[in-house]
Design a binder for this molecule. Structure first.
Ligand SMILES: [Zn+2]
Ligand SMILES: [Zn+2]
Length: 186
């Protein structure tokens, strides 16, 4: 399916969308790291309301899938969107997720809930890593098995903390190719 050309400059674009109360510094750090590591222009939008529509009473958590669907309607301009929340996320099959995205799609979401550290800088670094990982999925990149790549699936904070803030050469190449296609409107 054809993507519309991004609307600003000559770089592909992603919106960072705080949903509910999210520290502004968290959104800024996520945006800055996506720009540096992925190479997208990242713009932080003003906060949207807390995603109460996604609350799953039986699990006392929030449905990541419902948030992804809601983000689709934020703006129909072909720009990628990454939601940032403080609430705990789940999916139909997983008890919790740090983040969720549509592979090759347009929307992703990251939760700070389970990334919390006593050191806020560490919390935000973790959020940036998850956000970059989910953005990689938006660009069509699957999970990687290289030891030093952010596309490795991190099921624990220990694993996440061990990953460097970068992609392996193979994923880096795929990301660059995907960004080029995105800019060409393919
Ligand atoms: Zn993943
Ligand atoms: Zn990789």
């Amino acid at each position: 399916m054809a993507r519309k050309r991004p609307h600003k400059g000559n770089k592909a674009h992603i919106y960072i969308v705080p949903l509910g109360e999210v520290p502004p510094v968290a959104a800024s750090i996520v945006a800055a790291n996506i720009e540096t590591v992925v190479g997208l222009n990242a713009e932080v939008l003003p906060p949207f309301p807390s995603p109460e529509y996604a609350y799953v009473t039986l699990r006392s958590q929030y449905s990541a899938g419902k948030i992804l669907n809601a983000l689709e309607s934020v703006a129909d301009d072909g720009v990628l969107k990454l939601g940032l929340v403080q609430c705990d996320l789940c999916t139909v099959i997983l008890k919790f997720v740090y983040g969720e995205s549509q592979l090759g799609g347009k929307t992703a979401v990251v939760s700070l809930c389970r990334l919390m550290s006593r050191d806020p800088a560490e919390t935000y670094l973790r959020a940036a890593k998850i956000a970059i990982h989910e953005t990689g999925h938006l660009l069509g990149i699957g999970h990687c098995h290289a030891p030093d790549c952010l596309m490795v699936f991190a099921s624990s904070l220990e694993k996440l903390d061990s990953l460097p803030l970068r992609f392996c050469p193979a994923c880096r190449y795929e990301i660059a190719r995907s960004l080029k296609c995105y800019l060409e409107g393919i």
